[in-house]
Design a protein around this ligand. Structure first.
Ligand SMILES: Cc1cc2nc3c(=O)[nH]c(=O)nc-3n(C[C@H](O)[C@H](O)[C@H](O)COP(=O)(O)OP(=O)(O)OC[C@H]3O[C@@H](n4cnc5c(N)ncnc54)[C@H](O)[C@@H]3O)c2cc1C
Length: 441
């Protein structure tokens, strides 16, 4: 089939690769005039690294990945460790694929390199301004008109395609929170005794406090090792502004009573990126009634970042959609209605479950100090590591099995087998009815 993907973000490029790998003719339209890279890190858990490996993307990014040993949750004020949940070992031994930290720029570049290997054309400076999903066809801002067999809309959080698919507006909803993002060379912390510890072992350091958290982890940059910090707090930005460059003074003010190591680190920083956080309401369908246009990634299910799973879900979407459209029974324009129904069946429930877990993680980690917080901390101190029934979702065995243990290929094969069984049962029943009818006659 001829497939057009709108948007060259992490989800758009992954689905393009997944579709092209099975022989579809894919082009990507991207509104940005060049692929620029936002300076921040991203966590890639086993459920998504497994897919990146099976799509041949890992060879382009592997050398830029660090593998955190664990997730270490700490008290906001003094940095006392409350709980350490292993990440590296279970990722490799139980979930069969590594847990990575990588700079978004390197991740994106790796996806572009893999797309180029597969002959995918990415048209930059090609904002889609008109979509005719019944044809399906679209027009870019340059007046270029394109017809295709399927439109995969991966136009992100502020998607305009979402409204076209749904037939009503469903804008992203502000969460009331924002993040400050800071990335600096790790060597800047070297030789400072209280900060050096943050850069010696690759781990996921997570300070948890009232109405906010701080996350830090190491990144293997192109030229040097970097350390990435994400400060989450209640919104402290002017109305109407969603992203801007800030200064270290804003962050120092917002986090002034936190672990003193933070202020020390911030004194070494000059550039800060401010980012308002949004989420999407869950929607009942991701497919246009024509079955010729479908949503993917943040356009379908932007979620809060408290579990670091937004892109991972878009990557899973890409693997599943590509996997379905690779099947002989589902790879033509005639079978698109059934194919997209299966895609929704496999994706909507899972992404909603993860989005909900992400919100509950916000409330768990951002409690006000008081009785409930003291009880939480006592419990965490008494239950290090990963346990069944753990009160912390990031340490809860059964949840981690479901989240990180997800295998897109396996999930798809199980669904295909179930559908085949259902079809066989219907055929069997019809045949038996025919035999009975013949014997009566
Ligand atoms: C603070 C923060 C931390 C996060 N950390 C993590 C993490 O650690 N792990 C994780 O898995 N996820 C994380 N996420 C979520 C993750 O960043 C997103 O889910 C992911 O980047 C979304 O990818 P996407 O491709 O769906 O959308 P986008 O990256 O937004 O891409 C959409 C693309 O479409 C293009 N576009 C838009 N409109 C048009 C148009 N009309 N025509 C053509 N092109 C168009 C845009 O220019 C853009 O390139 C985090 C999010 C935040 C806010």
């Amino acid at each position: 089939m001829k497939i057009i993907v709108i948007g060259a973000g992490l989800a758009g490029l992954t689905v393009a690769i997944s579709l092209a790998q099975t022989g579809h003719d894919v082009i990507v339209l991207e509104s940005a005039a060049e692929i620029t890279y936002i300076g921040a890190g991203i966590q890639v858990s086993s459920n998504s690294s497994k897919i990146l490996r099976s799509l041949g993307i890992d060879k382009h990014i592997r050398k830029y990945c660090t593998e955190p040993v664990d997730l270490r949750m700490m008290r906001w004020k003094g940095g006392e460790v409350l709980v350490e949940c292993p990440l590296k070992k279970p990722a490799l031994e139980e979930y069969g694929s590594p847990y990575w930290h990588i700079h978004r720029a390197d991740f994106h570049r790796g996806l572009v390199a893999r797309a180029a290997e597969l002959g995918i054309t990415i048209h930059l400076d090609s904002r889609v301004v008109k979509v005719e999903p019944d044809v399906p066809a679209l027009t870019t801002k340059n007046g270029q008109q394109l017809t295709t067999d399927l439109i995969v809309a991966s136009d992100g959080l502020h998607s305009t395609c979402r409204e076209i698919v749904l037939g009503y507006k469903s804008p992203p909803v502000p969460t009331g929170q924002m993040v400050y993002r800071v990335t600096l060379p790790a060597k800047k912390l070297q030789g400072i005794p209280e900060l050096e510890e943050l850069i010696t072992i690759p781990r996921n350091n997570h300070w948890i406090g009232p109405h906010g958290t701080i996350l830090s982890y190491l990144l293997e940059g192109v030229n040097e090792t970097l350390v990435n910090f994400v400060f989450t707090c209640d919104v402290n930005m002017e109305d109407g502004v969603n992203q801007k460059i800030g200064t270290n003074e804003d962050v120092r003010e917002a986090f002034k009573n936190w672990d003193p190591r933070i202020d020390k680190m911030l004194s070494l920083v000059d550039k800060v990126l401010e980012w308002r956080l949004f989420t999407n309401d869950e929607i009942p369908t991701w497919t246009h009634p024509s079955s010729k246009m479908v949503l993917i990634g943040d356009a379908a299910h932007a979620m809060t970042p408290y579990l670091a799973q937004g892109a991972a879900m878009g990557i899973e979407d890409g693997a599943i959609l590509g996997g379905i459209l690779a099947q002989a029974d589902y790879c033509t324009t005639k079978t698109l209605p059934q194919a997209l129904k299966m895609y929704e069946k496999l994706r909507i429930k899972r992404t909603a479950m993860v989005a909900e877990a992400s919100v509950s993680s916000r409330w768990f980690t951002q409690m006000e100090d008081g009785q409930k917080q003291r009880e939480r901390d006592e419990w965490l101190l008494a239950h290090p590591g990963i346990w069944k029934g753990h009160i912390n979702i990031r340490s809860r065995k059964e949840f981690l099995d479901e989240l990180f243990g997800y295998d897109a290929d396996k999930a798809l094969n199980e669904e295909l087998a179930a559908q085949r069984k259902e079809r066989d049962a219907v055929t069997d029943k019809a045949e038996k009815r025919l035999v009975r009818l013949c014997s009566i006659l």
